[in-house]
Design a protein around this ligand. Sequence first.
Ligand SMILES: NC(=O)c1ccc[n+]([C@@H]2O[C@H](COP(=O)([O-])OP(=O)(O)OC[C@H]3O[C@@H](n4cnc5c(N)ncnc54)[C@H](OP(=O)(O)O)[C@@H]3O)[C@@H](O)[C@H]2O)c1
Length: 486
Amino acid sequence: MSSKVIVTIFGASGDLAKRKLYPSLFRLYKSGNLSKHFAVIGTARRPWSKEYFESVVVESISDLADSPEQAQEFASHFYYQSHDVSDTEHYIELRKLQNRLNEEYQAEHNKLFFLSMAPQFFGTIAKHLKSEKIVDGKGFERLIVEKPFGTDLETASQLNSDLLAAFDEEQIFRIDHYLGKEMIQNIFAIRFANLLFENIWNRNYIDNVQITFAEKLGVEERGGYYDESGALRDMVQNHTLQLLSLLAMDKPESFTKDAIRAEKIKVFEHLIQPSQEDLKKYFIRGQYKSGKVNGKKYISYRSEPNVNPESMTETFVSGAFFIDSDRFRDVPFFFRTGKRLTEKGTHVNIVFKQMDSIFGQSLAPNVLTIYIQPTEGFSLSVNGKEVGELFNLSPISFDYRTDATASGASPEPYEKLIFDVLNNDSTNFSHWDEVKASWKLIDQIEELWRHNQVPLHEYAAGTMGPTASDELLSQFGAKWQWNPHN
Ligand SMILES: NC(=O)c1ccc[n+]([C@@H]2O[C@H](COP(=O)([O-])OP(=O)(O)OC[C@H]3O[C@@H](n4cnc5c(N)ncnc54)[C@H](OP(=O)(O)O)[C@@H]3O)[C@@H](O)[C@H]2O)c1
């Protein structure tokens, strides 16, 4: 890994930079993954001085630093340049600063650009980086872009070609911060390092897969953004389909980025494009109305600030994806995601096929649950005998839960992902082929919804979504395994 690098952060005064990027860079610095040969250029429009920028950085890492001296020494690597991304003159100044710091820190011309701004600016920035020769072909040059990557296939394609004018696909790292989570990466270990699962991870043994991304919060102060986006674009196009690809892929030939990527892309290519009929039957949208949770009253989505009072935007979506592969043909991959649900959590349930009964007793399916957040771990439910004279069966569960992220033992997703970029490892980022295939699918669903060809179901705040989402699973003789109650 080369830790000799000048990192340029566009959007350095923003929320993400302060909450995630500076602390993650600091963790990398503290663990020795960033050497003394690194500097960070922060840019945004507001006219900050270097001193003020340093104080912002120090403040953002105050909980993590061992001493004020350590925090200050780290912050001394940070430089600020006030910059409007559409103003060419500023890139000339940026190039000068970049060159000066490259000499001062002996960074061997290595450059990392982090676009932590609204995506409408990405194309302009990439274009200027190239035309003003900040990207000059010397050293490594890598670009990290934040989500969302487009709002449909057309805008994503446009954005992609804008970036490709300055960077090659191998230099572009599209962030999906879920892919940096410890348990998402653990899926590989669970699947491929245990013959027990490796042998039965297919349509002969798996009845269905359930992916839940549940949020307890409503739209908070993001009403304006969310009302334009909705749950399908915000959560399914990226996180849900990425997670699905890790669960459904075949075993890669080796644990290398190219081999893993090739298998992931195959899953996206084999995602079945549903017929119009299936789209209506298998994809459910919902919107929260007011409700009471633990005695506290919550307002409806349409009453939230900056939300259109007649909004048709979905705050909940569930559905069933199918993959045309030998491994998983006809196995439904159910998903649901929503706001103002009963409990916060990202869970995967792998529901195995089961005999209906044995010795006259009905049997629950074996379920492997992968807990991704907020707790991390997994559990496996099996049928056991109840204590007592009679031979009564009931499910018991092998549980392994940790709170490694909270305790600081697991890396923060952004820490892990920036580490990967420094290593030139794109395994945990979305490839354009994946993004393209997922937008194609999402656009079809959006099109149907735009013409109101399927109902927008209501659900009360504090529930796990509309009943139509339960009925969806009933069509396949299945039910949601995770049913938290208020
Ligand atoms: N916050 C999160 O937790 C989160 C999570 C996932 C994804 N994201 C994504 O990350 C990106 C950044 O999010 P954020 O929450 O940090 O946004 P934010 O707080 O609104 O920050 C935007 C940044 O862009 C700068 N900026 C805006 N217009 C500019 C211009 N014309 N020229 C130069 N700088 C300009 C702003 O600084 P000035 O006003 O000083 O110019 C600010 O530093 C977005 O793409 C978002 O979708 C954020």
